[in-house]
Design a protein around this ligand. Structure first.
Ligand SMILES: Cc1cc2nc3c(=O)[nH]c(=O)nc-3n(C[C@H](O)[C@H](O)[C@H](O)COP(=O)(O)OP(=O)(O)OC[C@H]3O[C@@H](n4cnc5c(N)ncnc54)[C@H](O)[C@@H]3O)c2cc1C
Length: 285
């Protein structure tokens, strides 16, 4: 049995300010956020996520729900725009302001993986991140809880596309040194590779798969893996791509529920995917 402990955090909605931005790869930008509200921020699990609230692109007004003693209230005016993101790294205020990094994929529709019918060239979150500059304001809610990395898995297989690379690097940091890590990283092309440092690349046996080389490579790479009785598998990325992979791991390999976590982080053609809904409605968890 592979176990992941769970911690709950006090709910908080924090208004934060962009302190700096860093282009990590042509399509991934790191945005560092600061604000007094970060003082009690905590995110200790590899797959923790926050809800990020963005200004309405039409008015530039940031509308955020209000947290009161009796729960969360939506304001009567204003457009609430929010998306899920991974708190990539939090630095507590030991020697200055506390800082939170979030890494945003700047996506445009592309025939290989994006939505070619989407004329907007991405969504409001991606568009905001592409233009973000010091002084801009957003809000961050959560995380509500942390599912910690298992400490008892002999091996972990981690499968990620670009949107799941921030969580993937958290896995590298949070799994014990005794867990061997195999990673299948399904990305647009080789320009994404510098996202990982040399040290991170050394921590795992990493296979990069480029979508420009054609479809089906991820499924093929998964089928070539062998699994131990206590292997833990985490996969996150585009939901339609991961459904057949989840079916294979569950039904053909026979991984137990405690060994398998497959999360749709976005779905081609769907705005603001609800990742709490089953990734495969015909076979919910
Ligand atoms: C738990 C969790 C953690 C996440 N962590 C991160 C993270 O750390 N970094 C990150 O970048 N994303 C992360 N995501 C994914 C992110 O929430 C989605 O990509 C989100 O839809 C982006 O919002 P948007 O406003 O840009 O696009 P939306 O308005 O939601 O969608 C507009 C269009 O763009 C398409 N689309 C959405 N995302 C992509 C994409 N990546 N590539 C191509 N087309 C896309 C949609 O299918 C839709 O057609 C995470 C998601 C979850 C559930």
């Amino acid at each position: 049995m592979v176990t992941r402990d769970h911690l709950r955090h006090e709910m908080a909605i924090r208004r934060l300010t962009v302190s700096r931005t860093e282009q990590l790869t042509p399509a991934i930008v790191r945005i560092t956020l600061i604000g007094d509200a970060l003082d009690d921020f905590s995110a200790s699990g590899p797959t923790d996520h926050v809800k990020v609230f963005f200004p309405d692109p039409a008015t530039q007004v940031l509308t955020v729900p209000e947290l009161r003693a009796d729960g969360i209230h939506r304001p009567t005016d204003g457009v609430i725009l929010s998306r899920d993101y991974t708190p990539r790294q939090f630095r507590a205020a030991a020697f200055g302001a506390a800082e939170l990094d979030i890494d945003f994929v700047l996506h445009a529709p592309d025939a290989a993986h994006g939505d070619p019918t989407d004329p907007a060239g991405g969504g409001p979150a991606s568009a905001w991140a592409a233009q973000a500059k010091p002084g801009d304001e957003i809000a961050v809610a959560g995380p509500r809880g942390s599912r910690l990395a298992p400490q008892d898995a002999s091996e972990a297989v981690l499968i990620a596309d670009e949107t799941a690379l921030p969580a993937f690097t958290r896995w590298l940091e949070l799994l014990p040194a005794s867990t061997r890590i195999t990673a299948l990283l399904d990305v647009a092309d080789e320009e994404v590779e510098p996202y990982l440092s040399e040290e991170q690349t050394r921590r795992a046996s990493v296979e990069w798969l480029y979508r420009i080389d054609g479809p089906g490579q991820l499924a093929e790479a998964v089928r070539s893996l062998e699994f131990e009785p206590e292997t833990y598998v985490w996969a996150a990325g585009e939901a339609s791509t991961l459904v057949p992979i989840r079916r294979y791991l569950k039904n053909e390999v026979g991984l137990r529920p405690d060994q398998l976590d497959v999360q749709g982080y976005w779905r081609r053609g769907i705005v603001n995917l609800d990742h709490h809904a089953p990734i495969d409605p015909s076979d919910p968890d």
